[in-house]
Design a protein. Structure first.
Length: 630
């Protein structure tokens, strides 16, 4: 498949085959064409050449192709809308049940249609669609209150999460995802990892989340310079295999270049002498040589030391008894935090827990309801906001650096080049920059402040993997102090020396990186589970025993209700058939065929016996329900 925009070739005869149940991670630098490839696969963007084909009856799902929902629709109804086909079948089944109960001449036709629909409904897992909707919508981090809210009250990020839920509920045979972990907190990302790891169809996912790709992908496909390169395994396997491949390519290139140089030297020395014939022969060999392309160096932002104007005192930040509420929503309640010189602290928490709010309180953007914020002596603070509100939207990229840091145009262009703003890119207007470009420009401005205390709110959003790795290296080597909010677990693992989690409006400390934090949280979760299990086993209180007995009784009641309903359904069907047989046996013509008459008679007698048995069972179950107090 080929695709170009003007004279820029984005896809160069790329080939991609997705196998059943395969989970493929699509990676590449920003602007390499990953989203273009997805749009070509969906048919949203026609390729210039090549074809896209799918197995017969296969369905394909892509977030951008979901139809808009009514603004007054609730989140629950939006997700349930993905089961519209099943809900329509359910409606038809209810209508058929009503028609069957009325009897009539076309009962056979109605029964056949009823059997067909109920079979399809069961095969398509229709009885579980509400449970599936609940699993998805709560897994993506929505609360009970949000589930009942209309869509028009949701933020952009919440709408994106809701649409992801709608797509997952559709469960297409081929699932295309473009940065699905954006706007998800860590708990929701982990849920999504587990969901996709057991997904019944094929998945192609674009992601810069390396830990997500490690957990999910069975193959990594890299889009580089318009071509696709495939690597089996997860992201870590891809990195190792790519390094070996590049090393092998470089060795082969270097060896061939040495051969070419030696051959050209030989030809120059002997082309006019006694060995001219041999020289011409070598020239022919050189002309026929299949030349190895020089390995291309990927453009990245590079890595350099972040300068600081001066060293700070040992005590960099003290947050003492800080509280903050917005109306009835309380985010922080007498929270405390202290950060020492040289620490790299990651602040984490669920969406809406107050991470960005705390950073804005620390930087003075908003005021706390109560409490105290103190910075230490000689502390110079610089703040990276994920909204980039400190930028002048009307400036060019070059102006944003030259006018705000009083450096020469030549120096500014050199620094911008290291952040991948090259050539005429420096004349782009800030308002027209992509999210990744704004992120890179904001990071450069942050580094140029000379601050010794960096406060960063989601600094790697919209950055490709290569750029994230460079930022990680710079922050890890930064001689000052760092406080960073991030959902990128891989990033936190490489940068943070301490994790601070917002839990129940308080700040909890974990003295290590994300892996350490995750281990400790799992330990606490397992300990809680063990304690709960022990409490259940020992039946320590009469109240616990009563609740357990009550739950068991409720389960038994539900089981008996289902059993009674099944019996009544069977009795209804058998009574219908009994009436049909009575009608048949009442017709004299039935007895013209002895064998057929005997067959109907035997079926009728057998049906009466079975009906008696079912009526007996119905009475027994009904008595049990009465005894259970239903």
């Amino acid at each position: 498949m080929n695709k170009a925009f003007g004279d820029k070739e984005i896809l160069k005869s790329v080939n991609l085959v997705l196998q059943e149940k395969e989970r493929v991670g699509l990676v590449g630098v920003n602007g390499s064409g990953k989203t273009t490839l997805l749009r070509c696969l969906t048919g949203e963007l026609p390729p210039d050449g090549g074809i896209v084909s799918m197995a017969n009856l296969s369905s394909l799902g892509y977030l951008a192709q979901l139809p808009d929902q009514a603004e007054n629709m609730t989140a629950w109804d939006a997700v349930m809308g993905s089961f519209s086909t099943l809900l329509e079948i359910r409606k038809q089944i209810r209508e058929l049940e009503h028609q069957i109960s009325l009897g009539g001449d076309n009962l056979d036709k109605l029964m056949n249609r009823y059997a067909q629909l109920t079979e399809k409904y069961e095969l398509d897992n229709g009885y579980a669609c509400e449970n599936m909707a609940r699993r998805i919508i709560y897994g993506l981090g929505f609360t009970d209150e949000q589930v009942k809210q209309p869509i028009n009250k949701f933020s952009g990020g919440q709408r994106t999460r809701l649409n992801l839920g709608r797509l997952l509920a559709l469960a297409p045979d081929i699932l295309l995802l473009d940065e699905p972990t954006n706007h998800l907190d860590m708990a929701s990302v982990e849920w999504l990892e587990n969901y996709i790891s057991t997904y019944s169809g094929a998945v192609l996912v674009v992601s810069h989340d390396r830990m997500f790709l490690n957990k999910v992908a069975t193959r990594i496909v890299e889009l580089n310079n318009g071509e696709l390169y495939s690597y089996s395994g997860n992201y870590s396997d891809y990195i190792a295999k790519k390094a070996l491949q590049e090393e092998s390519w470089q060795r082969a290139y270097d060896k061939q270049q040495e051969y070419i140089k030696n051959t050209e030297d030989y030809i120059r020395r002997f082309k006019a002498g006694i060995k001219s014939k041999q020289a011409r022969g070598r020239q022919s060999q050189l002309d026929r040589l299949d030349r190895i392309d020089k390995p291309e160096e990927e453009l990245d932002i590079g890595s350099w030391d972040i300068p600081v104007k001066s060293e700070s005192a040992q005590d960099v930040l003290v947050v003492k008894n800080v509280s903050k509420s917005f109306g009835s929503l309380s985010l922080l309640n007498r929270a405390n935090l202290s950060i020492r010189k040289g620490e790299k602290v990651a602040l984490i928490g669920s969406n809406g827990s107050g991470k960005s709010t705390l950073l804005k309180i620390i930087t003075g953007k908003i005021k706390a309801d109560e409490g105290e914020i103190r910075t230490g002596s000689r502390v110079i603070t610089a703040y990276f906001s994920q909204e980039h509100e400190d930028m002048d939207e009307g400036n060019t990229v070059l102006d944003e650096i030259v006018y705000k840091f009083d450096i020469s145009v030549e120096k500014a262009r050199s620094l911008l080049g290291r952040m991948l703003f090259r050539g005429d890119d420096v004349y782009k207007i800030v308002a027209g920059l992509s999210g990744g470009e704004k992120g890179r420009l904001s990071l450069l401005k942050l580094f140029l402040t000379g601050a010794n205390f960096l406060i960063l709110d989601e600094p790697t959003n919209h950055l490709d993997i290569k750029s994230r790795e460079m930022v990680e290296e710079m922050l890890a080597d930064f001689p000052g102090t760092v406080l960073v909010v991030s959902h990128d677990r891989y990033f936190i693992d490489r940068v943070a020396s301490r994790v601070v989690a917002i839990e129940d409006q308080q700040l909890e400390y974990y003295w290590g990186n994300f892996s350490y934090y995750h281990e400790k949280v799992e330990q606490k979760r397992n300990e809680t589970t063990r304690e709960e299990n022990a409490a259940d086993l020992k039946n320590k209180s009469e109240q616990q025993q009563f609740r357990l007995a009550q739950k068991a009784q409720q389960r038994q009641q539900k089981k008996l209700d289902r059993q009674l309903q099944d019996i009544e359904t069977k009795i209804s069907k058998m009574e219908t058939r009994k009436q049909e047989l009575e009608g048949i046996l009442a017709i004299p013509e039935t007895y013209n065929d002895d064998q057929l008459a005997r067959q109907y008679t035997e079926e009728y007698e057998q049906l009466k016996v079975e009906l008696d048995d079912f009526y007996t069972e119905w009475a027994i179950v009904g008595q049990q329900i009465e005894e259970h107090g239903v």
